[in-house]
Design a protein around this ligand. Structure first.
Ligand code: SF4
Ligand code: SF4
Length: 348
């Protein structure tokens, strides 16, 4: 085995992936800015509605935060051919992110998701403040990692086995779902002490444990992880040139034993390319389509695939009328004034 310290001192990142951290961070910030801009427009939309106006248009991208509704819409679309007209943008983005997971692993988590970006900053700050992060022992890590799948199964089971087309239609076009985005905003605007403490607790835990929310609790990440296992693209190691220095494994934020794998197949890999960027051996660790054809997908290629597919999908959705919903402003104006009535509880 090669001397690990020797490579650490050399600090020679894999040539092809030298720029990967910077490129990924840039893409993450682009999506964060898009999210913040969408959120700001949505806050203004709701504010004007509350004042009795409707001058500010509603940004459809806000529907990306309604994944359960989108999962129902997906099943409904498959069963009936009817594309949800209440939150069409949510369904478009949901399909895009599923395809992205199939295409380039769980890249949504480490390249697109703003929660993933916040999580990453938190554990990096934690590392700076406390000098290290903490890893849970395997006997605790494994059952905790299954939690996100249990949450996913809870929702998916109810949707796939508990709801037929009629029930799905009732939900999708029902009172609650028509204003689910506004309800979500009001939830955060008037957040209860309990919910706030839960969020703050998760943030504190994220200082100590890398990506606590993503690793253990996020059902969206679990769903994408499931799809990512069928991805033809995987982190691939060439054992002939690998020196077993373990730098990849030490750098992996998902705690994957990269130095022991030929192909990283696990659902935990987010294609963040951290491992490839620290590998000191040329052409040894790469994101590639197959272990035989060692044609690496560079960080630039991944970034372009993600950005272009986003532009293409959202652009096509706009052109074909699958972006804006068909709820008139008048209806929003009427509903906003009765938003706290039991009609808009999600049990209806
Ligand atoms: S194996 Fe590599 S690409 Fe996958 S999560 Fe770990 S560091 Fe990121
Ligand atoms: S693949 Fe991992 S263990 Fe092998 S040389 Fe690269 S960093 Fe070291």
């Amino acid at each position: 085995m090669a001397d690990h310290r020797f490579y650490k001192e050399m600090k020679l990142p894999g040539e092809k992936y030298r720029e990967a951290p910077l490129i990924r961070r840039t893409v993450q910030w682009i999506f964060l800015l898009i999210t913040l801009y969408t959120g700001w427009r949505f806050v203004r939309f709701v504010h004007y509605l509350q004042q009795g106006g409707g001058e500010v248009s509603r940004p459809p991208g806000v529907e990306a935060f309604l994944p359960i509704s989108s999962l129902m819409s997906l099943k409904y679309w498959i069963l009936t051919g009817d594309f949800n007209a209440i939150h069409p943008a949510g369904l478009v983005l949901f399909i895009l992110f599923l395809l992205m997971a199939w295409g380039i692993k769980k890249s949504f988590c480490s390249w697109v998701c703003p929660v993933g970006l916040l999580s990453e900053y938190l554990w990096k700050w934690g590392e700076k403040i406390f000098g290290r992060n903490f890893t849970l022992p395997a006997w605790l890590d494994w059952p905790l990692r299954s939690l996100k799948y249990l949450i996913l199964i809870f929702f998916a089971w109810g949707i796939f086995f508990g709801m037929d087309a009629e029930a799905l239609k009732g939900f999708i076009y029902g009172d609650y779902n028509r204003v689910a985005d506004i309800k979500m905003l009001l939830f955060f605007a008037h957040i209860s002490a309990f919910s706030l403490s839960v969020i703050l607790g998760l943030m504190v835990l994220s200082l100590f444990i890398k990506n606590f929310w993503c690793r253990y609790l996020c059902p969206y990440g679990a769903l994408l992880g499931f799809f990512s296992m069928f991805s033809p693209v995987k982190i691939t190691r060439n054992p002939d040139t690998c020196t077993d220095c373990m730098m990849c494994t030490e750098a992996c934020p998902a705690h994957i034993q990269v130095h022991k794998k030929i192909r990283v197949r696990t659902d935990e890999c987010t294609a963040c390319l951290t491992c490839t960027s620290v590998c000191p051996e040329p052409d040894t660790l790469m994101l590639s389509l197959s272990k035989k054809k060692k044609k690496p997908l560079s960080a630039r290629t991944v970034a372009w695939i993600i950005l272009l597919s986003f532009v293409l999908f959202t652009g096509l959705a706009r052109l074909t009328g699958h972006w804006q919903n068909n709820i008139p402003v008048k209806e929003y104006q009427q509903r906003i004034h009765e938003i706290n009535s039991p009609v808009y509880e999600h049990t209806n």
